[in-house]
Design a protein around this ligand. Structure first.
Ligand code: ACM
Length: 540
């Protein structure tokens, strides 16, 4: 009943019963994992589960061990009536074995206070398991709607439960700047809140008249990063440039191309107000990235690069002068040049750039990993050009897209992306050579939050589709949707015990609908033509 599905599960005779005499044993290297397991099992079971090094006299133990001969994230879980043995190739592998153990226990194990009258039995099994991809991610847009730290930590627990290992945090956009930057305080003083938000997806949609905001202090970020790391999740920050930058321009008008003062944007969609490319603007962002790389130890750092309309650069004499000075033929080259400078800066800090597939319109600095979002065209092009790829094709993993054709879907946007379609997510294009396909690091779901104004709404859009995507990224072997649905039926009570307000299979609950707020649904044909047009310059 594991979700994501394991490589192999053999059921044996008997069961292991968690009780007063159960102890957790682990080598020093696994102390953090042992303490995490203890603190996870304790609230519902009310068992002490003392943790310590292995002792030959130990009886009735949950034993955690690193076995270097296993793959890095591989685990082997062996349950007998006397012991639960969790072996992993690294602490991450052991952690995933612990997650599998939680799924063998009753769902009530996820409750946060003592559950009386519950037997904590684990069926005797032998599980062998390892992931298909090393980048198993979710992008969360905390810029359009802020997710408070408390809820973000809960979200991280939900990722860990599904053996996802990457949280890409979209920290800045036109509508908000969400991370404290000590050398540029106005980014959060001014940029972290907006006057109101567009209600619905239509161009002429009304504003809600209600301020929205919030940001993470640097202490918050350190806590989030450490909390994720304890759960073997890497947080990949993204500072989006040179488009999607109006919150920064509102705080520091000198970053913009001129024109009237701008407020933090209150409308959704692609925005013409972009950064200028002065050396002073690059210096500003080098400073931002210095603080970001101090806060986030991730190998990759996102710089965005998506949806940057070039009209302001075309019309601006100073930008045209800069292009001539730099020997750049057009505005696309200017964008590549700008991003290239930031990529060089990241490289001096030992980091690699991570960018949306729009950057393929020009030359891309070596070492950049490309997130293919407008279908899989970017994945093909980037892999063929020798870049690593994170696949996140909109029609398979954009969790802001409506979940069905149901008339009650809240603020229905784009095309339906059903649970079954999410389950079918395939990160590797089948027309790549083996050499090219080796560049596909994995994939991620993207959760854009224009229409998700609370963590409850994020739950509705994310679950259970994220369960399906987690399986697509973790499990090897042929997909079997019926088998997945059977295991999902056993998994939903776990989500319920945690308090996840997922979308019921039958459609939204009355309080999950948004009557009267207009969406912008498309047919598949319209949408395919729209995306095809967007990617004409990155084909090949
Ligand atoms: C994107 O959806 N603008 C990457």
């Amino acid at each position: 009943m594991l979700l994501p599905r394991a490589t192999s599960v053999r059921t044996d005779e008997g069961e292991f019963l968690l009780g007063e005499s159960t102890v957790i044993t682990a080598s020093r290297k696994l102390t953090a994992t042992a303490l995490w397991l203890q603190s996870t099992l304790r609230p519902a079971t009310a068992l002490l589960l003392p943790a310590g090094p292995f002792h030959p006299a130990t009886r009735h133990s949950i034993t955690l061990e690193v076995r270097p001969e296993l793959g890095d994230e591989e685990y082997c879980l062996t349950v007998t009536p006397q012991t639960v043995l969790i072996e992993g190739g690294s602490p991450a592998g052991v952690f995933y074995g612990c997650q599998a153990l939680l799924q063998l226990l009753p769902p009530a194990v996820h409750r946060r206070a003592r559950v009386s009258g519950q037997r904590w039995a684990v069926p005797a099994v032998t599980v062998r398991d390892e992931p298909r991809f090393r980048w198993r991610g979710v992008m969360l847009d905390v810029a359009r709607h802020f997710m408070p730290k408390h809820d973000l930590l809960r979200f991280i627990d939900l990722l860990a439960m599904h053996r996802l290992n990457t949280l890409h945090l979209h920290l800045t956009d036109d509508q908000g700047w969400r991370v404290e930057i000590l050398r540029h305080r106005r980014l959060t003083e001014v940029g972290s809140w907006r006057r109101e938000s567009q209600l619905g997806a239509q161009d002429g949609a009304p504003g809600d008249g209600r301020p929205h905001g919030g940001y993470y202090t640097q202490a918050d970020i350190r806590e989030i990063v450490a909390y994720a790391a304890e759960r073997h999740i890497t947080v990949v920050p993204e500072i989006d440039v040179p488009g999607h930058s109006q919150a920064a321009i509102a705080a520091y008008p000198e970053l913009g191309v001129g024109g009237p003062a701008r407020e933090v944007h209150t409308r959704w969609g692609v925005n013409p107000n972009i950064l200028n490319t002065e050396e002073s603007t690059l210096d500003f962002y080098r400073g931002v990235l210095d603080e970001i790389t101090d806060l986030f130890p991730s190998r990759f750092v996102g710089i965005g690069g998506d949806e940057c309309p070039k009209d302001q650069w075309r019309a601006d004499p100073r930008t045209q002068e800069l292009m001539r000075e730099r020997g750049l033929a057009d505005e696309t080259q200017l964008q590549s040049w700008f991003i290239g400078r930031l990529g060089e800066h990241l490289a001096t800090r030992g980091r690699r750039m991570f960018a949306w597939d729009d950057v393929l319109e020009g030359p891309v600095p070596p070492g950049t990993a490309v997130a293919s979002w407008r279908g899989m065209t970017g994945a093909r092009t980037a892999a063929r050009r020798g870049h690593d790829v994170v696949s996140c094709p909109d029609d398979q993993v954009y969790l802001d897209y409506r979940q069905s054709e149901h008339p009650d879907e809240p603020i229905p946007f784009a095309v339906p992306l059903t649970l079954q379609e999410a389950y079918g997510f395939e990160p590797v294009p089948d027309d790549l050579t083996a050499h090219e396909a080796a560049h596909i690091l994995g994939g991620q779901a993207n959760i854009w939050t224009e229409h998700m104004d609370s963590p409850r709404t994020v739950d509705y859009y994310a679950f259970p589709r994220l369960c399906a995507i987690a399986e697509a990224l973790w499990s090897t072997g042929a997909r079997d949707f019926d088998d997945f649905r059977t295991r999902l039926a056993a998994h939903l009570p776990r989500l319920e015990a945690i308090g996840v307000e997922y979308r019921p299979e039958t459609g939204p609950l009355p309080w999950q609908t948004r009557p009267g707020i207009e969406g912008k649904p498309s047919t598949r044909l319209e949408w395919a033509a729209f995306i095809d047009d967007l990617v004409t310059h990155i084909k090949g």
